[in-house]
Design a protein. Structure first.
Length: 150
């Protein structure tokens, strides 16, 4: 399997990737046998056949390549045309979304959920009192927030 990387640049550089395997290669080159496909895949991987040539052949044979969006690099000083470039990639070319951590706290009154650091601090009694303590309260209704596990 070979990874291709596609860059689209016009005031932002959008990066895409796809893994080119024998199945996709057989769609691009339907006339080739299994051995020829394996040889072509090795040539592509070694750089003997350019990525642009494979992209052009896919387009000529009406094969829609399944590009997967990886990231956008926004920059605004570039003006003008829309440039698309391709390159041979690796496993490091793939980006994955960071896993969103589940909320840890909730408000005891309203429906707010979030994290302990999202709350506000509030004193329970007069600051000069022995019973006074600092607690976290909801940033919206100022009610006590509790751990979701409680």
């Amino acid at each position: 399997m070979v990874t291709f990387v596609k860059h689209e640049a016009h005031q932002a550089n959008s990066r895409y990737a796809l893994d080119l395997d024998a199945d996709l290669l057989s769609e691009i080159y339907p006339d080739l046998g299994e051995q020829d496909l394996a040889s072509k895949l090795e040539l592509i991987e070694s750089g003997g056949i350019s990525v642009n040539e494979v992209i052009d052949d896919a387009s000529a044979n009406d094969v829609e390549l399944p590009w997967i969006h990886q990231e956008d690099d926004l920059w605004t000083w570039r003006k003008g045309g829309f440039d698309v470039t391709y390159e041979l990639g690796s496993e490091d070319s793939w980006r994955t979304e960071e896993e969103v951590k589940p909320h840890t706290h909730k408000c005891s009154k309203c429906k707010w959920t979030g994290y302990a650091h999202d709350g506000e601090y509030q004193m329970t009694d007069d600051p000069n009192s022995d019973k006074a303590k600092l607690i976290k309260v909801c940033q919206y209704c100022e009610s006590h927030i509790v751990s979701i596990e409680e």
